[in-house]
Design a protein around this ligand. Sequence first.
Ligand SMILES: C[S@@+](CC[C@H](N)C(=O)[O-])C[C@H]1O[C@@H](n2cnc3c(N)ncnc32)[C@H](O)[C@@H]1O
Length: 303
Amino acid sequence: MIDQRLSSNALESRAVYECTPSLLHRLHFQNTDYRMFESAEQYSSMAQDHVNEALYILTRYEHEVNGGDDEIVLDVGCGSGDVTVQVLGRMKRWKQIVGIDFNSAMIEFANRNAPDVNKYSFEVVNFNKPISEEFSKKKFNKIFSFFALQWMKNRRTVAQNIYDLLAPGGQAFLLLVSYSKIYEIWDDIAESSEWKNHIPFSGPLNELVYAEKPEELVIAPLKDVGLKIVKSEILERKNAFKANEDTDDSKIEKLKTVDPFLKSIPVEKKDRYLEDLLERVKTKIGPNGATDYTALIVIAQKD
Ligand SMILES: C[S@@+](CC[C@H](N)C(=O)[O-])C[C@H]1O[C@@H](n2cnc3c(N)ncnc32)[C@H](O)[C@@H]1O
């Protein structure tokens, strides 16, 4: 058994002496953030559902968000920047919009496609770790995050980052996936004998999925760091993420854009992996694929 009290460095060095190579591979990634998604281009080509869904949710809660024009806003886990530009960019006449993501390919893509370089900028930042002193000098009137925070397990650190980056009176608008069966499928895959040696992962991918009160896991650390909760709501969303056509190929293309493990699967096994994933989705969720999810919307404010 690994002693949980060991620091991650100590854990890794002890693991070097005590573990088999495949276990070592998994342990190495256990305490680090791994890169998700195969390609930014592909993610962007399928981003329309994320755009529509973020727009739907934001429009529904817009009246709860204060302020507006001439403000500086941050989009955490911005991915390819499609939602940043097409949803946030059209919401108000913000003065400046900064998008951050820990995936440098996403950030490179987002910067390349930014419609106005004076207004938009995208930076590589890992929000699951304490942000750098340099970045925390920036202050934002609004912090948005769409479909990203459920991936970040250091919720106290994430909450502190939000607090530190908000200007006084600033608000955070957070949309998380608090439940979708697809996370249970990925957790099963990560433990399956066929795939576990390739997957740099241990433990639930999205802890919210297994929590009785997922909102508490998100809200408690935000309150702890001194933020006021303006709103917290759970919404069941149906048919939000559907494939373009009712074919296996189309469903696989859709799954590929959000799958966190495909990148780690050897090239010659990727097709087999996707086939297995689709089969599991059809069996556990339904013939249309992973189209539904439960949204957790949290609006928090810094006094
Ligand atoms: C499902 S995508 C959502 C992207 C975009 N917000 C959208 O709605 O299309 C989740 C994004 O969160 C990013 N992400 C996950 N963990 C992160 C972390 N620790 N720090 C920064 N970004 C992270 C991923 O790289 C990915 O681009």
